[in-house]
Design a binder for this molecule. Structure first.
Ligand SMILES: Nc1ncnc2c1ncn2[C@@H]1O[C@H](COP(=O)(O)OP(=O)(O)O)[C@@H](O)[C@H]1O
Ligand SMILES: [Mg+2]
Length: 637
């Protein structure tokens, strides 16, 4: 069943009206009331924005690799129309020198005013036609290009939604950002300017060469044999130099943006350690490298530009010399020579434009390659082709010989056998780095075990659909993430259909009701990006409320209350007990007083399960748990 992506897209917008952000002390970012009516009108008239009904499936249907061709194929008719418009525009633009020739030879030389008038009127008409087709062409290709880009953006976004967590750990987020910013922009440039311009220039060249030959074949042959080889050599040189240059430019801009993004994310730490100066120095180095790479390609472009100008001027001088002689001998009319020289400009202009176009093409092609690489990535934790929906579960979790290592290959979990009974609360304890969070992630199926099997109510996690699995699980990660938007949106993230009463109830359950009541707009208060306007303990409580609103069968809490002070923790402990009633719960506990309350405690050490039992049993064992407990008691007194 397709997951409704529309609700995710509408997330930050819903319920966060201008009034709320104003009261929350945020800058006003909505639609001013006096413009609201106009905007509604426009939206009503825009059929494309009418409804957002997106389907999302874990397994991508199309598997054809992303190329310019596959991007264009569905739009051939529209491209055909663009081509016709380009032809019309080019013809209208290039008729000018021909008319000049007729005007000079048949009008001025023969003193025929009628011809002059007709020629002028035709000229006027041609220019009008040029403007109209030009407008139509740009409007049409602009619309087509924007549509293509929108489709592509959504395709990339959806693809990223599908990828598994290891991708996001290993890939710098700044680099992922460049796929959506500079790469898509490069493609837009290629589509809207590049390709059409290339068509215009190519058509112009063909047209002009044809006209040159009809005007005077001898002159045309001289021109082509002298000028073309020189141009060809220059172009080949430029191609080679700029291919290499642009590769470097792209790599360096990605690194520069990634550094910027990381700096933004870590700005609090930067301030705390007063590292601004070092960061600026580092960024300066990256920006300098980027500038250097750009300078290199700019220099190559300048060489090409001036080189081709020299060739063009040389060609013109040559034609003036030879053509002028022909006029003197009477084998060429003045009008023909004028037209020839005028067309010569149109002949060289496209060649010189190639510099610009080649850059655009280069960047567009590189963007296609990068996007193809991204789009061809397969999720490392795939949904099986034959995946079935997990039926409503009791909540039994079985870990059978589970081994796991991250891509680095170092074993993180070794041979874990553990059966968690339905409705049981089990606590994972152990030193930092023992593998507790990793095991929680395996239960969520963020990763698959390298060996062994994890099942819920007897269904192997690998055999069930993600939707049916995740909707029955509630997860609070070690560092919960809140989205920019209202508190309500954040809590109801797990269950967008929940009404305000249910949201309040969830807040009450985790003990933040009073806090929320004191906020300027209650649950409609806007919290800043990542919830940075809340304390980390408050963020954890919001995340808890979010997990419980989904009413999951299985709850996984990864140090979900670690940032709370002891008083707040013990305050919500009773509430937690009630909430966990009847649910299977895996609780990773930092403080042993939380672990003590669990039905059973699993002790981990260096990726192994070393002890299992209830608090009293483990104490009586005098094993690792008893030692941990002893230490903890000593510390807390
Ligand atoms: N994404 C990752 N890639 C590689 N190694 C990781 C990753 N996440 C955690 N580890 C390593 O796995 C081990 C267990 O980590 P973790 O499960 O987070 O421990 P715990 O939650 O018990 O403190 C640690 O040695 C940690 O360095
Ligand atoms: Mg952990």
């Amino acid at each position: 069943m397709p997951r409704d992506m529309g609700s995710i897209g509408a997330f930050s917008g819903r319920g966060s009206g201008s009034e709320q952000s104003r009261q929350a002390g945020l800058p006003f970012s909505g639609i001013p009331p006096e413009l609201a009516k106009g905007v509604t009108g426009i939206i009503a008239r825009e059929p494309e924005d009418d409804h957002v009904d997106v389907s999302f499936e874990q397994t991508e249907k199309t598997s054809s690799p992303f190329t310019l061709r596959t991007l264009f194929t569905p739009h051939y008719p529209a491209l055909g129309l663009a081509f016709v418009l380009v032809m019309a525009q080019t013809a209208a633009m290039q008729i000018g020198p021909l008319l000049t020739q007729i005007g000079i030879d048949k009008g001025i030389v023969k003193a025929n005013v009628k011809v002059l008038v007709w020629v002028s009127l035709t000229y006027l008409f041609a220019i009008l036609l040029n403007s109209i087709t030009g407008y139509a062409r740009i409007a049409w290709t602009g619309r087509l290009g924007e549509r293509l880009m929108m489709t592509l953006r959504i395709r990339v976004f959806s693809h990223i939604q599908r990828l598994s967590l290891d991708f996001f750990t290993e890939e710098m987020s700044g680099r992922i950002m460049t796929r959506m910013t500079s790469d898509i922009e490069a493609l837009t440039n290629l589509l809207q300017d590049g390709i059409i311009n290339l068509m215009v220039q190519a058509l112009t060249m063909i047209f002009v060469i044809g006209v040159l030959f009809t005007l005077n074949a001898k002159l045309a042959i001289i021109l082509i044999t002298v000028v073309l080889p020189a141009m060809l050599i220059l172009t080949l040189w430029f191609r080679k130099v700029s291919d290499a240059g642009y590769g470097v430019v792209r790599d360096r801009i990605a690194t520069l943006l990634a550094d910027f993004q990381e700096n933004l994310n870590g700005i609090r730490v930067v301030h705390a350690f007063y590292r601004q100066k070092q960061n600026i120095t580092h960024h300066l180095r990256l920006a300098g490298e980027y500038a250097q790479a750009n300078y290199y390609t700019a220099k190559a472009g300048a060489m090409f530009d001036s080189g081709s100008t020299v060739i063009a001027v040389f060609g013109q001088a040559l034609i003036l010399l030879i053509g002028g002689n022909m006029v003197l001998k009477g084998t060429l009319t003045i009008g023909e020579l004028t037209a020839f020289l005028l067309y010569l400009t149109s002949f060289f202009a496209p060649i010189q434009q190639l510099v610009q176009l080649y850059n655009t093409y280069q960047q567009g092609q590189a963007a296609v390659t990068k996007l193809r690489d991204l789009l061809s990535l397969k999720p490392s934790v795939p949904e099986s082709q034959t995946a079935k929906d997990l039926p409503c579960i009791e909540g039994e979790i079985d870990l059978d010989g589970v081994n796991f290592s991250y891509n680095s290959g170092k074993p993180v979990l070794s041979d874990i056998h553990l059966n968690i009974r339905p409705g049981e609360t089990i606590a994972f304890v152990g030193e930092t780095g023992a593998g507790k969070s990793t095991l929680a992630k395996l239960i969520m199926r963020f990763y698959d075990p390298t060996h062994g099997r994890i099942s819920m109510d007897g269904h192997d996690l690998k055999d069930v659909t993600f939707k049916s699995l995740r909707t029955q699980l509630g997860y609070v990660p070690q560092e919960p993430f809140l989205f920019g938007g209202t508190l309500r949106d954040n809590v109801a993230f797990s269950n967008p259909e929940a009404d305000d009463d249910e949201v309040w109830e969830a807040c009450r359950a985790v003990g933040i009701e009073d806090l929320v009541k004191k906020m300027p707009n209650g649950i409609h208060t806007v919290i800043h990006e990542r919830g940075s306007s809340l304390s980390s303990g408050e963020r954890q409580l919001v995340a808890l409320a979010r997990a419980f609103l989904a009413k999951p069968r299985v709850v996984v809490l990864d140090e979900a209350t670690s940032n709370l002070d002891l008083a707040s923790e013990s305050r919500i402990e009773l509430a937690l007990d009630a909430l966990l009633q009847g649910r299977t719960a895996v609780i990773i506990a930092h403080r042993l007083n939380t672990a003590m309350r669990a039905d059973r405690i699993a002790v981990f050490d260096h990726g192994r399960l070393v002890e299992l039992g209830c608090h009293d049993e483990l104490l009586a064992n005098h094993g690792p748990y008893a030692r941990m407990y002893e230490k903890w008691i000593k510390q807390s007194h």
